[in-house]
Design a protein. Structure first.
Length: 364
């Protein structure tokens, strides 16, 4: 069977209203563009989480393909034109360059891709988040692929018992390192426990070498040199048959963990799992949201989606997220609700420090 490539590419090109959602006209524009220009695609699905447009595409052109990336870029450009006509907030904000240059990476949109040979049964979950950054996936990916208290298959499934390899990217130094787990688990945790700098880019099954998960690691502020919005990452996870079961992949989200982002990208908040019809963050532009869409691949065709977090078994997670949000909001501009000073480098903090530079005095 020919290898299939799954490409998930997202961008915020204009919010409706404010930063809460996407105008239906933008989604329709993108769908029409993919239908007309994406004849080389095997299949596609367009949706949104919060104010981010999400493109899920299958094809046989491999990862980092110029034709696929240009298709996505041009779709976002077309949607930006509509956003400007409608005077939507932040029209085109994730498009950091004026023109496409061969690869969408580094131009603003987030990208998660993987190429693999479709198995006899190929269940896949696409996670899409809003009001947070790529490091938000570190905790759940660790739980899925390295924590036996979350994933029983690590203990009782012979095909998973050897463990998984984690490719971690240093977003500040633009370097990567691979950790072999479980034997290097403690070393892995040293880095991924700092999700603002180190992010899990991909996970591979040690037994087969096949890719199991892929995430976007683009940080807008590092590319633009200023704050232009949070990164709102995506993550793709393959399930079953030597990989974590669907329920094991979803389990980490049953208890919300804290991520950075939320209002103005400058606050910590709980990552709330929600259904597609509840993915419009409004309270203090949040709390941060994540949706989980399940697809069954069939000869490259996307069967689905299944809206996993519409399940009432995540009601407790949502209630806990709201309780955490209440507490954190009570702290106002104080840490740990507000991010640390090093994370505010791309907000007004440098301007404030420049203004106060002449007023600081030495302490005797």
């Amino acid at each position: 069977m020919p290898r299939v490539t799954l490409s998930v590419i997202k961008a915020d090109v204009g919010g409706f209203v404010g930063h809460s959602s996407v105008h239906p006209a933008l989604l329709e524009t993108v769908r029409e563009h993919l239908d007309k220009k994406g004849t080389f695609l095997t299949d596609s699905y367009v949706t949104h989480v919060g104010d981010d447009i999400e493109l899920v595409m299958t094809h046989q052109k491999g990862v980092d393909n110029e034709e696929v990336h240009k298709l996505a870029w041009d779709a976002f450009v077309a949607a930006t034109a509509v956003a400007k006509k409608l005077k939507l907030y932040g029209a085109g904000q994730d498009l950091l360059k004026d023109a496409f240059s061969g690869n969408i990476k580094g131009l603003g949109p987030g990208v998660a891709e993987m190429e693999f040979e479709e198995r006899r049964s190929e269940p896949i979950i696409v996670f899409m988040a809003d009001k947070t950054e790529p490091g938000a996936w570190n905790f759940p990916l660790y739980k899925m692929f390295a924590d036996p208290f979350n994933t029983a298959g690590l203990v009782i499934d012979p095909s998973m018992h050897q463990g998984f390899d984690f490719e971690v990217h240093d977003l500040m130094e633009n370097k990567k390192v691979v950790f072999h787990c479980p034997e290097e688990l403690y070393d892995l945790l040293v880095l991924i426990g700092a999700p603002g700098r180190y992010c899990i880019r991909a996970v591979f099954a040690k037994r087969t070498g096949e890719i199991a998960a892929s995430s976007s690691t683009q940080r807008l502020n590092l590319m633009a040199g200023r704050y232009v919005g949070k990164d709102d990452p995506v993550c793709v996870v393959r399930c079953q048959s030597g990989l974590p079961a669907v329920g094991e992949v979803l389990e980490p989200f049953a208890r919300p963990h804290l991520v950075s982002g939320w209002m103005r990208g400058s606050h910590h908040g709980p990552l709330m799992p929600c259904s597609m019809n509840q993915c419009n963050p409004t309270r203090f532009d949040g709390p941060p949201r994540v949706i989980a869409l399940g697809f069954q691949l069939c000869n490259g065709k996307l069967q689905g989606p299944q809206d996993f977090f519409a399940d009432p078994s995540y009601d407790n997670a949502r209630a806990m997220a709201n309780q955490l949000a209440d507490y954190l909001r009570s702290l106002g501009p104080f840490e740990p609700h507000r991010l640390g000073l090093e994370e505010l480098e791309y907000t007004t903090m440098p301007q404030v420090m420049k203004k106060l530079a002449g007023r600081f005095e030495s302490i005797d």
